[in-house]
Design a protein around this ligand. Structure first.
Ligand code: NAP
Ligand code: MG
Length: 495
């Protein structure tokens, strides 16, 4: 990839505005000597201006009928579909994804745009009978006002799609701050909306650090709602700010997702699902499989095959066709993963594959970690409890189904989960008993679909679910209407 010379800017009030907060160089995690793109960052004052632009645009946008608002989303979708390859390639270079994964993510985002474009025709309330004759009760959905959207780097296209589209369709105006690692995907998304003719100020993009720009977007008095996806640490800070400044809040946070394999499972299919779950996107998915819970009768045989397949995974820059797994995002993430691997060894888990940084054949220029498997991990060990966000799988052995379920629930997180079994009774007992927002039967812990809710319980989420109707409802307030058509004949008091 050629060295990037163009300087991208912030989108405020319908114009591309040069930031006053210094230049951000986006580096390729597969080769950190390569600058992928350069962005001028907004300073705090410009973040404020973006909020003001959104506030100024709000009254007219609120008055625009929802089906008309949704047409901008539909047009942006058409443009995104024409640009899939460009968007996906940008994502490979800035986020370190494998190209097929990046394409899949762009298409997933397009599904979400499609779903929410349709929701413009279905922004419905309820109707209810009244206690009183010739009276009618109904609810209608109204936008919150200006909303701030703050997103992580690991799904730099799909996550903003699933926040932006419902926010806009519901009639909110938006200020969007992407992760500093991945502003290029954000630029592509905003460009689709600009080219779709979205009115000035309805959608604003500010590039800049969480500390400066993110903080302003969470505390500005004119912001009514915050939708955040990212780490628990940052999410808890945002929760405090939202409470203090009385803002509606939705946070999607981390996970420590278990996959249980029982003795009657289709073991080949389970193995393929575990490999995808643990090592797809180098384990940097909130829904990644990070704990594999095996029942004793099959544990030895399963681990043997797992290690064999893990060692055969091809690691390298995601732009090459023959690569299964790319790099992790940066030096600090690399250091954190290697630190947790050391903790795994120290606490007595058995390292069976990987466990180190890869540096041969040019990989030293990027942040590559060998796909790593630990066996005989204690369910309470650090690597069984902490989110690693890297290609590290902790295998825990269980006596039987009940023990496996108990171990699966023994973390603070509750995002996704999975079980492989042919026994419908055990599958359904797992569905009932697992403490997680999402459960997969005979498929990996990964993924979501636009039309069903996405999110977690316990420490994995705060507030409403995202995607589906629930994702739209977060961006609305319900107004209850009491309509009296007695023509003044109503005499009785109401208590
Ligand atoms: P992160 O470090 O928490 O950052 C997320 C976003 O918050 C970034 O845009 C970041 O900006 C911003 N930010 C940082 N400090 C802030 C502050 N004080 N105020 C406001 N905003 C601030 O998360 P990440 O490392 O990008 O992403 C990985 C995490 O996201 C993992 O824990 C993963 O599990 C979680 N995740 C969850 C889901 C889900 O749906 N549950 C989905 C994907 C990822 P900068 O980039 O400028 O620092
Ligand atoms: Mg981070």
């Amino acid at each position: 990839m050629a060295v990037a010379t163009a300087l991208y800017h912030n989108f405020i009030g319908g114009k591309w505005v040069e930031g006053k907060g210094g230049v951000l160089e986006v580096k390729n995690p597969a080769d950190a000597t390569e600058v992928v793109a350069r962005f001028s960052q907004a300073d705090q004052g410009q973040a404020k201006q973006a909020v003001e632009a959104a506030q100024a645009a709000f009254p007219a946008w609120k008055r625009t009928p929802p089906p008309q608002r949704a047409r901008f989303v539909r047009k942006a979708l058409q443009l995104a579909e024409e640009r899939v390859d460009q968007i996906a390639r940008g994502m490979v270079y800035e986020a370190g994804k494998v190209l097929s994964d990046a394409r899949g993510e762009v298409m997933k985002g397009c599904n979400l745009l499609e779903f929410y474009a349709g929701e413009g025709l279905r922004l419905m309330g309820d109707a209810a009978p009244s206690e009183l004759a010739n009276n009618f009760l109904f609810t209608k959905r109204e936008p919150l006002g200006v909303v701030s959207l703050i997103t992580p780097w690991n799904f730099p296209w799909a996550i903003p799609c699933w926040k932006l589209a419902p926010a806009l369709v519901a009639g909110n105006t938006v200020v969007y701050k992407p992760a500093s690692f991945t502003p290029l995907s954000a630029y592509h998304l905003i460009k689709c909306f600009e080219d779709a003719g979205i009115p000035p100020g309805v959608l604003n993009l500010v590039i800049g650090s969480g500390r400066v720009v993110g903080n302003e977007l969470c505390s500005a008095s004119k912001v009514c709602g915050i939708s955040f996806t990212g780490s628990n640490e940052v999410g808890r800070g945002i929760e405090q700010m939202a409470k203090e400044h009385h803002k509606k809040l939705c946070c999607e946070l981390g996970g420590k997702n278990p996959c249980v394999v029982l003795e009657d499972a289709d073991l080949d299919s389970a193995l393929a699902g575990v490999l995808r779950g643990a090592f797809g996107a180098a384990g940097q998915r909130c829904t990644a499989t990070s704990r594999l819970i095996l029942v004793e009768p099959i544990a030895e045989q399963f681990v043997q095959k797992l290690v064999e397949k893990t060692k055969a995974l091809r690691v390298g820059p995601g732009i090459h066709d023959d690569v299964d797994m790319g790099p992790v995002i940066d030096q600090s993430q690399l250091d954190a993963i290697l630190g947790l691997i050391e903790a795994g060894k120290r606490e007595g888990a058995k390292l069976l594959a990987g466990g180190k940084r890869l540096t041969e054949k040019g990989l030293n220029k990027g942040y590559f970690v060998a796909p790593t498997v630990f066996d005989h991990v204690d369910p309470d060990a650090t690597i069984a409890q902490e989110e690693i966000f890297g290609p590290v799988l902790s295998v825990i052995r269980a006596r039987d189904f009940d023990h496996a379920l108990e171990i699966a629930n023994r973390t603070k997180y509750g995002l996704s989960s999975s079980i492989y079994t042919r026994d419908i009774n055990k599958a359904m007992r797992f569905v009932d008993g697992i403490e997680a927002g999402m459960v997969h039967v005979n498929s990996p812990t990964l993924g979501g679909e636009a039309q069903v809710p996405f999110g977690g319980i316990k420490a994995s989420g705060i507030g409403d679910r995202e995607m589906a109707k629930e994702g739209l409802h977060f961006f609305t307030e319900l107004k209850t209407v009491f309509l009296d058509y007695t023509g003044g004949a109503r005499k009785s008091n109401i208590y």
